[in-house]
Design a protein around this ligand. Structure first.
Ligand code: HEM
Length: 212
């Protein structure tokens, strides 16, 4: 693909992906209002929202490897939006848990967080997502400076790993699904690491040759 085609404006891309990303939420709401979420609708909604948060976290992390390995640049335009969608679904997941599952009983919620390790890890994951979402704007990047912003956004690697742990500890027996997410995540993180090492070598080589 030529560079002109690669850098085409694609004005429809973000609105289309945003619309598609909200379809699962609409489906959950419609099924909830039709009483079609099964025998335990709150648990069903809770699990689906948690899974969606994880899917979007992994999708956001997949954008850079798609550029460095496949050469596609368009996913990079979606990275921030996918990260914010992950936060949005995580927030709905947490609201479903605190308001619908626990009836805003903060004592019981606190107990759950300290006594059940999978809830603790979920809580910690959510806490990590807050600064990521809060500093996702261009003005936050300017305010923090690129280097500090980049360091902070390394949390974007840790958060999905903890979300997979939360998922694995939640399912107890059949861990095939969380393990699949873990493998995809491992592959993406490895691709990022290999890319990072390659870039560091390139910079070092450029620096060395500038000294020759
Ligand atoms: C305060 C934070 C959180 C709490 C209290 C929490 C709590 C829960 C609970 C109670 C469940 C369902 C357990 C069951 O039905 O047995 C669950 C499932 C899940 N949560 Fe969380 N969670 C939190 C944060 C997160 C975050 C940040 C993510 C992802 C980014 C996430 C991803 C998931 C996933 C993938 C599942 C399992 C879905 C499935 O089984 O299909 N959770 N969480």
């Amino acid at each position: 693909m030529g560079s002109a085609a690669r850098n085409a404006p694609l004005p429809w891309l973000k609105p289309a992906v945003l619309t598609g990303s909200l379809v699962p939420l609409a489906a959950i709401l419609m099924r909830a209002s039709a009483n079609a979420l099964g025998p335990d609708p709150i648990a069903q909604a809770l699990n689906q929202l948690g899974l969606l948060a994880l899917v979007f976290l992994v999708a956001a992390l997949g954008c850079t490897p798609l550029k460095s390995i496949v050469g596609w640049t368009w996913p990079m335009r979606l990275r921030r939006m996918l990260g914010l969608l992950a936060f949005f679904y995580a927030l709905l997941h947490v609201i479903t848990y605190t308001a619908l599952d626990q009836g805003l009983d903060w004592h019981a919620i606190g107990d759950d967080i300290v006594k059940r390790k999978f809830i603790f890890v979920g809580f910690f994951t959510f806490v990590l997502l807050i600064p990521l979402a809060a500093t996702s704007t261009n003005s936050a990047l300017r305010r923090l400076g690129y280097v500090r912003w980049k360091h902070l956004h390394r949390l974007a690697y840790l958060a999905p790993a903890l979300a997979v742990l939360h998922f694995t500890w939640r399912v107890k027996r059949d861990v095939r699904e969380p393990v699949t997410y873990g493998l995809v995540l491992g592959a993406l993180l490895t691709a990022r690491l290999v890319d990072h090492i390659g870039n560091t070598r390139c910079k070092a080589r450029a620096w060395c040759s500038s000294k020759d």
